[in-house]
Design a protein around this ligand. Structure first.
Ligand code: KIV
Length: 250
């Protein structure tokens, strides 16, 4: 399992970092077998696994069930627990919840933005933190690309540098222009992981359901569907139904 220091070392060596979301035992096992560097138990599970419209619908209770299952499925992979909306509302609450992720086997936690005093407190307690900048789904008014204006780009870059100075070992850069992703990557010691952040970040993360084609809907423009698991699943279930229906009644 890669430690936070080893992930930063990959950046220093110019080696790319692969991260994917997974939410349960079976898919975590597959991700580990495929050799991904890191698994993110993202709060995107609100949408992908539970069918909610917003990531704000899930809390620590759900996140810990999924995180524990992923850690059981991928015991040799660096698993990141994603702090759900409200779980990092103040430093003490964030610390308690971060500890709960580590207690079920996560190696680090991720949180969106720079909630007041929270990253400072977590780092003072040696919690490995992955920051998240750019589009922040928990609080975003829309899902358009962020950092298109000079002012917005400067604010994102400043936030990234600030979390770097606090000792975050890594940061997700979501849905920002490629040149901003590249500039931040060059300007911080933390490893940068893009999702719609261009090709020059230190690594990439994709939501599993987009990468594996687990749903028939549209995927974001920056995602790639590597297999069509939805079609394979429907085909498999159809074959099963046919086999049941063709069994003769005695
Ligand atoms: O919850 C999630 O899946 C995420 C990714 C989009 C990085 O935060």
């Amino acid at each position: 399992m890669l430690t936070p220091d080893e992930i930063k070392a990959k950046k220093a060596l110019g080696e790319k970092i692969s991260m994917v979301t997974s939410y349960d035992f079976a898919f975590a096992k597959m991700a580990e077998a495929a050799g991904v560097d890191q698994i993110l138990v993202g709060d995107s599970l609100a949408n992908t696994m539970l069918g909610y419209k917003s990531t704000r619908e899930v809390g620590m209770t759900e996140m810990l069930i999924f995180a524990a299952a992923v850690c059981r499925g991928a015991p040799n992979t660096h698993v990141i627990g994603d702090m759900p909306f409200g779980s990092d509302a103040n430093p003490e609450l964030a610390y308690d919840n971060a500890r709960r992720f580590l207690d079920v086997g996560c190696a680090s936690i991720k949180l969106e933005g720079t909630p007041e005093g929270v990253i400072e407190f977590l780092r003072s307690k040696d919690i490995p933190v992955c920051a998240h900048h750019g589009l922040l789904p928990q609080t975003a008014e829309n899902f358009k690309q962020k950092g298109k204006t000079e002012e917005e780009a400067a604010a994102i870059e400043a936030a990234a540098k600030y979390t770097d100075s606090l000792g975050c070992f890594e940061m997700v850069l979501e849905h920002i222009p490629e040149d901003l992703g590249s500039r931040i990557t060059k300007g911080v010691k933390a490893a940068t992981i893009g999702i719609g952040g261009g090709k020059f970040t230190d690594g990439q993360v994709l939501v599993m359901h987009d990468a594996l084609g687990m749903h028939p809907g549209k995927i974001p423009p920056f995602a790639t569907k590597f297999v069509d698991m939805y079609a394979l699943g429907v085909e498999g279930f159809k074959k099963y139904v046919e086999s049941v229906n063709s069994t003769k009644q005695v």
